[in-house]
Ligand binder design. Structure first.
Ligand code: ARG
Ligand code: ZN
Ligand code: CA
Length: 273
């Protein structure tokens, strides 16, 4: 028997007054499809897209569930959901990412020691490609590589573009955009939230992600490249912490699992065992 970390989630669905199920006011089914993907990926579930036969591949023993109670202890009509009229159609994502960081998150966050906070927003159009999502790193773990992108408690969590939240294999979600429509943006950002760095270490072959079982790489990979080597070894382009297409990813490694467990054991965030 192994201990499973079970993480209660609240999804703040940030919309602009649309009816439930249209535009940024995404349906409950779309939220559920994303929670299923997280559990398939973090548990390396057999028969799902999250399964792999990589010898370094891990069942991380981490699971996610939609919270059943709000911060006052009242039952939620839609478990794990907080629908927020943010009063704007697009949320700019400049370098400082205001106003998401300065107003949206602090005003809507649920106690980050009791809930894992996820916000879905419309980031708005961008010339080449939308930002898909971003995360705030944990900072109490003492692990190497986490002295960047930290923030105050009242912005803890991840932000995901609503067009990339969920899986179009699990329902009819017409606004989702391939090849980022299988829920792996959220898997990737949860990896950051639990202390994982990018697979290429955000630098050339001298930069690492502090995991020995992920080969060095000099750059992010896009698409689904075959036999790619930029340093000395075959790259693990199927790792969730790369930038490859959603359908190309299916691995967290054992060393990545260890980092995530260290974060869960040292940071004052809620988990049930
Ligand atoms: N923060 C990254 C971005 O916006 C996330 C990339 C996730 N990759 C994916 N295949 N879903 O580019
Ligand atoms: Zn990333
Ligand atoms: Ca490595």
């Amino acid at each position: 028997y192994q201990t499973i970390y079970r993480i209660p989630v609240v999804v703040h669905i940030v919309h602009n007054g649309e009816a439930v199920g249209s535009g940024a006011n995404i349906s409950y089914a779309q939220i559920q499809s994303q929670i299923e993907v997280l559990n398939e990926d973090f548990r390396r579930r057999i028969g799902s897209n999250g399964f792999n036969e990589n010898e370094a591949g891990a069942d991380t023993l981490i699971e996610f569930f939609l919270a059943t109670e709000d911060p006052n202890g009242s039952a939620l009509e839609e478990p794990g959901i907080d629908r927020v009229d943010g009063g704007r159609s697009e949320w700019p994502k400049g370098f400082l990412r205001n106003p998401i960081e300065t107003s949206l998150k602090p005003f809507t966050i649920w106690d980050p020691e009791k809930y894992f906070n996820i916000w879905t927003v419309n980031f708005g159009g961008f010339a080449s490609r939308d930002l898909l999502g971003y995360a705030q790193f944990p900072d109490e773990s003492g692990l190497p590589g986490l002295n960047v992108d930290n923030g105050p408690d009242n912005t803890d969590g991840i932000v995901i573009g609503y067009k990339y939240f969920g899986s179009s294999e699990k329902g009819n979600f017409p606004d989702m955009i391939a090849p980022y429509d299988l829920g792996r943006t959220t898997t990737h950002e949860v990896g950051h939230w639990l202390g994982l760095r990018h697979i290429w270490g955000d630098g050339d072959c001298t930069y690492d992600d502090y995991c020995l079982d992920t080969p060095l790489s000099a750059e992010p990979s896009y698409g689904c490249p075959v036999d790619k080597i930029t340093c000395t070894e075959l790259e693990m382009i199927e790792n969730y912490m790369d930038y490859t297409d959603d359908g190309c990813m299916n691995v967290f490694t054992l060393d990545q699992m260890d980092r995530m467990h260290t974060v869960l054991e040292t940071c004052p965030r809620r988990k049930e065992l």
